[in-house]
Design a protein around this ligand. Structure first.
Ligand SMILES: [Zn+2]
Length: 244
């Protein structure tokens, strides 16, 4: 029994057939909206003078992880945004379905996070490690752990520290520079909003533990994060992305 309508069957057949790279569109693909943030909701948003919102767009292909032109930042004055598109253009091809975000309304929460271990000086890192060793010997679940509960909050966020490095080494000083000026984390695009096991960093508004911790449905690599860095000398300089 065929449960699909003819239109649905045509779509499924097309997916099953895969694609021929030679048939991919040659013209530039439309960027798709990824995030829209207002300074009134995100007090730490580093808006250039005369702007109060940030629009982030990207090209839903694997190039987002290493091609600067695949992620675009648009700093705007919200009152100047007119003529909203009711049907934004859709790309005729996307690299991965999980680069197309599920529309969500943001409820930003301001948190304090501490830097990842690789950012700490040796003496401080050693003190923290010896404290964690003590905790291992007499476990106390009320005591927060440095990595899981105190440093580098997971989830989508503005600002904060460089994420933990996973499959690669921490970015060197040259990699985190643009035109001689240092780069700093602007936006983190995460595969999960919080730790599913401990619930650490779960937003106060999400007390129900069954709530989906990937509301955007965006996934970066195999559960990594993509950090978008901005140049501290000029907001006109293109962002740098680092997957980790
Ligand atoms: Zn620069």
């Amino acid at each position: 029994m065929n449960l699909l309508t003819p239109d649905e069957k045509e779509i499924v057949d097309r997916i099953d057939a895969g694609y021929d790279p030679a048939l991919l569109p040659r013209q530039p693909l439309p960027l798709i909206p990824l995030a829209q943030l207002y300074a009134r909701d995100v007090p730490d948003l580093p808006c250039p003078a005369g702007t109060d919102m940030l629009q982030v767009l990207w090209c839903p292909l694997d190039e987002i992880t290493d091609t600067p032109s695949a992620v675009h930042l648009r700093w705007r004055q919200s009152t100047s945004v007119r003529n909203l598109l009711t049907h934004p253009p859709e790309p005729s091809f996307i690299g991965q379905g999980y680069y197309v975000p599920e529309p969500c309304v943001l409820h930003p929460e301001q948190v304090i996070e501490y830097p990842a271990f690789h950012e700490l000086d040796d003496e401080l890192a050693e003190r923290i490690i010896s404290r964690e060793r003590e905790l291992l010997q007499s476990p106390d679940e009320t005591q927060p752990g440095y990595r899981g509960d105190l440093s580098v909050a997971p989830g989508w966020k503005v600002g904060g520290w460089s994420a933990f490095f996973t499959f690669r080494s921490p970015a060197g000083p040259d990699e985190l520079r643009c035109c001689g000026a240092p780069l700093e984390p602007l936006l983190t695009i995460a595969s999960d909003e919080w730790d599913g096991e401990s619930g650490s960093w779960r937003p106060l508004t999400e007390e129900d533990r069954s709530v989906d911790r990937t509301p955007t449905q965006v996934e970066i690599g195999r559960g990594y994060t993509l950090q978008v860095y901005r140049c501290t000398a000029s907001q006109d300089h293109p962002p740098v992305t680092i997957m980790q």
